[in-house]
Design a protein around this ligand. Structure first.
Ligand code: AMP
Ligand code: MG
Length: 495
């Protein structure tokens, strides 16, 4: 089989939005880890990737005949707009159609400075790239849409951070790297062909049903809103904090992207923040549903000039500039945005009902209260999120409470709307309530060991995380919150 058959349909569709660019040379590339499971799932050639040609591809050392691209995008970072971000240290190697018939990007992170690098060095280091690898495995196993790391290669070069650290390149597979920020970038160009090019490409690749709508670009907005609302609902259910939900880290595909300062909560706390730079808690755990609505509002603004207009009408306009948004377009887009909480609930409430073993239909209006009150109990009594749900499935949740009275009261309300068969319900709950998640203290320990050259612990944890719903785990620490003596967990950007 050999190398994947690459295409560059995005660069062909909107050439102005990418820059043809080459990876920087590396001293001594060495494969640290490659995901054989993922390679098999995609229908790629595992042997080829493990060989010398595969290694060359994974550091971007490709023949001149094969162009690679840095993609441009804009974005709101912590609420402030940056008109030009883009792949400062990343390259799109190419797109390929995987075994499931779905087109994927293969993209490198840490492959050297690009014209979008601004002050950055274009590089990445081993710890954070392995972290992204591990998180992708964990999220996939939890059944949550995510970009995936195919491999991490050590470059053999030292990278200057607070202290010199071993450099690495991550190879990432994604349904695409289109972001809300990509649409913002196209809209800011003021060019009709570019905004349409991105929107049409996103429709073709991720939201094909929108094409059939009378108002395809409004339908695109709604479909992205649906995917992202559903994604964030799934994050919330497992206690995942993305940490840097900027509009350039919000995909149009609905996959999780850019595992930077992310973390899983131990104690359930809506205010939980881990990122060292998120001083005001903008991206706190409990804020994520509101932030996604905010990000979707930025997408709506960018798409407004196209909304309410058919592709045919847009084709017949004079000149190259974007038309003024109509009032009807503003109204229609606003209507989608105000429904984002409903789109969120469409995933969230049934999912939480499953996690609590509740008959969602039978509970009716009471469902929301039961969910909110359960989570309220966890916060008030400082209970570990993951342990609570798993213990509830195993009939052992009461023991987690020092004072069980409030739990008993809640439990009685729940008893009225429990699903029928107790054993079946418990099994169904175990299938959505993970026994293990990437516990921050364990992740940090294995990354430290890996940075110092011992990948064994990292590999063991990754393999354990592939089976989050099983009762037995090879890494029991992943089932336990950090010891209470541990310092508060802090994650850092500039990875
Ligand atoms: P991120 O926080 O990883 O989503 O990155 C935000 C922006 O900063 C993107 O435009 C990245 O390409 C850029 N960036 C992050 N780190 C570096 C780096 N070391 N060198 C160049 N650009 C970077
Ligand atoms: Mg990013």
């Amino acid at each position: 089989m050999g190398a994947p058959e690459f295409e560059q349909t995005y660069a062909a569709a909107v050439p102005e939005l990418s820059t043809a660019w080459r990876a920087a040379a590396v001293s001594e590339p060495r494969l640290l880890i490659v995901d054989g499971t993922l390679i098999a799932d995609l229908g790629l050639d595992a042997e080829w990737f493990a060989g010398p040609e595969g290694l060359r591809l994974l550091v971007g050392d490709v023949p001149d005949s094969r162009p690679t691209y840095a993609q441009g995008y804009a974005g709101h970072q912590f609420g402030s707009y940056s008109p030009v971000l883009g792949d400062g240290r990343a390259l799109l190697l190419g797109e390929f159609v995987a075994r499931d018939g779905v087109r994927r990007d293969l993209h490198l992170k840490g492959s050297g400075r690009t014209p979008y690098a601004r002050g950055g060095d274009g590089l990445a280091v081993v710890g954070p790239m392995l972290r992204e690898y591990l998180m992708g495995v964990a999220m996939q196993a939890l059944g949550i849409p995510t970009t995936r790391a195919l491999a991490v290669v050590a470059t053999g070069d030292l990278v200057r951070r607070e202290r010199p650290l071993p450099g690495a390149i991550l190879a990432r597979v994604a349904r695409s790297h289109l972001r809300v920020g990509t649409v913002q970038y196209a809209a800011a160009s003021g060019r009709r062909d570019l905004l349409r090019g991105v929107a049409d490409h996103a429709i073709d690749r991720h939201h094909p049903a929108a094409r059939e709508s009378d108002d395809p670009y409004l339908a695109l907005l709604e479909s992205v809103a649906r995917s992202q609302a559903s994604l964030v609902a799934q994050w919330m259910s497992v206690g995942f904090v993305h940490g840097v939900m900027n509009t350039d880290n919000t995909t149009l595909s609905g996959e999780t992207i850019d595992y930077g300062p992310c973390a899983f909560i131990d104690v359930h706390d809506p205010r939980a923040v881990f990122s060292s730079i998120d001083h005001r808690g903008r991206y706190a755990y409990g804020n994520q549903p509101v932030i996604i609505q905010w990000n979707l509002a930025r997408l709506a603004e960018a798409l407004l000039p196209l909304i309410g207009r058919s592709p045919h009408e847009l084709d017949t306009l004079e000149g190259t500039t974007l038309p003024e948004p109509t009032e009807a377009a503003v109204e229609a887009a606003t209507d989608v945005l105000v429904r984002v909480p409903d789109l969120y609930d469409e995933t969230y409430l049934p999912l939480m009902a499953r996690k609590l073993g509740i008959d969602a239909v039978g509970a009716g209006e009471d469902l929301r209260g039961l969910v909110t009150d359960a989570l309220g109990l966890l916060s008030a009594h400082h209970i570990d999120h993951t342990r609570f749900f798993r213990a509830l499935a195993n009939g052992a949740a009461r023991e987690l409470f020092t004072d069980p009275a409030p739990f008993d009261a809640w439990s009685q309300r729940r008893a009225a709307v429990l699903l029928g068969d107790a054993e079946e319900t418990a099994a169904a709950m175990r299938a959505v309530n993970p026994h293990i998640v990437p516990r921050n203290h364990v992740v940090e320990d294995v990354l430290t060991a890996a940075t110092e050259g011992d990948l064994g612990p990292f590999e063991r944890v990754v393999e354990a995380l592939r089976h989050p719903f099983e009762d037995e785990t090879s890494v029991p620490e992943l089932a336990e919150p950090a010891p209470s003596t541990a310092a508060p967990y802090v994650t850092y950007c500039g990875t």
